[in-house]
Each structure stands twice: as C-alpha cells, then as structure tokens.
Design a protein around this ligand. Structure first.
Ligand code: GLN
Length: 356
C-alpha cells in the first residue's frame, strides 16, 4: 500500500492511506455536503484547492458523467475518511491524488480553528513526509493565483440556445469558471446563453448584444478578475446585471464595494439564508472562501443566518441582482431556483414588433 502524507501549514504531517498516487499542493478546505461529490469535484470554483469531505463515506452511489458540472476534476487533491473504488478509479483516470483512512474530524476541526490553510500532499510507494513538506513549501497562497481565470474559463465564445424558440432573451455569461448547471438553468427558462471568456472585452459584449450581463461563479480571489470587474463597471446602468458567488463579489467590487477572505468559508448544502424582506429562511448550497465586506452601491437583501454575511445584493434602480450561494444547487436543495426567474425578468424582452 502506497505511503500517503498530508503536510499542514505550521509543519504538522498527517499520515493517511494512499488511494491515487502523486504529489499536489493547494488551499485545504472542507465541505460538509453529504451527497453531490461528483458535482463538487467538477465545480471549477475548487481550482487550486485540496478538498476534504467531512462526510465519512464518499462514492457510495457511483460516478455518472451526467452529474458533472464541467469536463474535469478541479481540486488538486482529495481527502476523505473513506473513498469507494468507483471514485478512486475516476480520480486515477483524472490524475488527481487522493488519500483516505485519516481522521477527517480532526482535520476539519483544525481548519475551523486556524482557518483555511495551505497543504502539501505526497502519495506513492516511496513517498515520505519530507515530500509532502516540500509540496507545502512551494504552495502559493490562494490570492497569489493571479491568472486563475484563464485556467477555468472558455477561451472562445460558446453559444447555448434556449429551449423556447419564441423567447429572444439573450444572456452574456462571463465565464470565470461557470458550473454547467447555471447555463442549464437559463437555457431551460428559454434564454440563449452566450458564454464569454473571463477576460471578455466590450467588443465581445457588443457582438452578443445581450439583455442581461451575468458574471459566473469561479475560483480564487475576486481581486484577480480585473477584466470582468471592468466589464461590470462599463455596463452598470446600461444592462441588467446578475452574478453568482464569485460573480456577486466581482459586481460588488465594481460598484464601490470591497471583499475579504473568510476564516474557513462556507462549503456545504445546508447553509441557512434569511431573506430580509419576506422573513423566509431557505437552505442553500455554498462554496466560497471570500465574502463581500462592503456592498458599495448595492443593498443587502439576504444574509447568512449563521454569521450575518451578505448572501443577496440588489439595486433596483440599476437592475442588479446577485447571490453569494449557488441557486442552481447541484448538489443541494432546490429552494432558490426562482433566482433565475428574477434574473430573466430584468430583461427587456426583444420580441418582434409587427407593424399593423
Ligand atoms: N463558488 C464560487 O464562485 C467561489 C467564489 C470565490 N472563489 C470564493 O472562494 O469566495
């Protein structure tokens, strides 16, 4: 059985069982989701992170491609109490190192106390604790990945036609690492979705002539998405704007707000969110390590029940609506699908005007 070591910031090395060989480093984060491992592992927001599952058994219902959120696994490595052979085979094919048979409760407790931290992983016949420490040593911080957008974005425009041919609503989706389910949610509601690269220019947007400019979720620090932020600054007040997760953070920054790193973030499928107007609480899917600190010109309309951080931002006059959580779910509860209806209702419908 290959040796496996996880080196944590501060120098502590945890021994584990090696499941997929290799070396890796990244920001060690945890998700409390008990299902949805295929969706989480293919969510581009996890790029450059090492994902620990706090739920003890991962892989118990197999691996099916139709549940993937993108075309590859994004975390640099995977940590769980127990991984099934199905998941191990998949991670092996993807070349993503994986370990299990370690005390993930202890690991998660440590991240909660000390905050998200860098880690180094070494798995293999001859792997040593020193190899894991060497990985840790070379690991950049999350905010140091200045070009992370290019790692996860489309490089050329992609068009997804809406399922309702009579609906002319067009959404320009700035792809900062978009989950497939966000595109699906818009297409199912009839909109044509033009997926643009993370560094799309004004000309690219003019070519699409959209009714809504939508900024997707994505990995890393929102400060590293300057082009998307500039696009929002250009179009605010000109076009309705919408954003999810990283998209909320980028839009808030563009509208005079600020963002900051959280201690260990929110990752799971049971994060309670309070809508301040209706008083209703919904369960949401989340995966973020940064948050909006100052919403700038936006009004906070929804907050996290656990820590009061902003979950929904809006500005009616400017037609802006954003969410910090993932309304498209996958994985997770379906409480917040109506976000997509709200987004599309901002679009001035481009129906054919027939002269009489
Ligand atoms: N899911 C996301 O879009 C994550 C946003 C951002 N990378 C964060 O960690 O806060």
């Amino acid at each position: 059985m290959p040796g496996a070591y996880v080196a944590l910031e501060g120098g502590h090395v945890v021994e584990a069982r090696g499941r997929v060989p290799g070396t890796a480093c990244g920001e060690l984060v945890f998700t409390t989701a008990y299902t949805g491992y295929e969706e989480s592992l293919t969510d581009p927001s996890y790029e450059e992170q090492v994902l620990t599952f706090s739920y003890p058994l991962i892989g118990n219902y197999g691996v099916r491609e139709e549940r993937f959120e993108s075309d590859r696994v994004h975390p640099r490595a995977v940590v769980a109490r127990e991984l099934t052979d199905d998941v191990v085979e998949w991670l092996e094919a993807e070349g993503v190192p994986a370990v299990d048979h370690l005390d993930t409760r202890d690991l998660v407790g440590g991240i909660r106390e000390q905050g998200a931290m860098k880690c180094g992983i070494a798995v293999g016949e001859n792997a040593t604790p020193e190899d894991a420490l060497a990985e840790l040593e070379r690991c950049p911080g999350m905010s140091d990945h200045h070009d992370i957008g290019a790692q996860v974005s489309v490089h050329e425009r992609e068009i997804h036609l809406g399922e309702d041919a009579d609906d002319d609503t067009t959404v320009a989706l700035v792809d900062c690492g978009a989950k497939g389910s966000i595109i699906d949610a818009l297409v199912e509601r009839g909109a044509d979705v033009h997926v643009l690269p993370h560094d799309a220019t004004e000309d690219d947007v003019e070519d699409v002539d959209p009714d809504v400019l939508f900024v997707s979720n994505g990995p890393g620090d929102p400060a590293n998405f300057e082009a998307a932020q500039e696009l929002v600054e250009t179009y605010v007040g000109e076009l309705p704007l919408a954003g999810i997760c990283l998209g909320q953070q980028i839009i808030a920054r563009a509208l005079g707000g600020t963002t900051e790193k959280m201690d260990f973030g929110h990752r799971g499928v049971n994060q309670p969110v309070l809508d301040l107007e209706s008083g209703r609480v919904v369960m949401t899917t989340q995966n973020h390590g940064y948050t909006v600190a100052d919403p700038g010109e936006l009004e906070v309309t929804q907050i996290n029940v656990n820590d009061d951080t902003p979950e929904g931002l809006e500005n009616d006059d400017l037609s802006v609506i954003t969410r910090q959580y993932h309304p498209e779910a996958n994985p997770g509860p379906h409480d917040t699908f109506d976000f997509f209806d709200d987004v599309l209702s901002m679009a001035p419908r481009k129906r054919l005007v027939i002269a009489d």
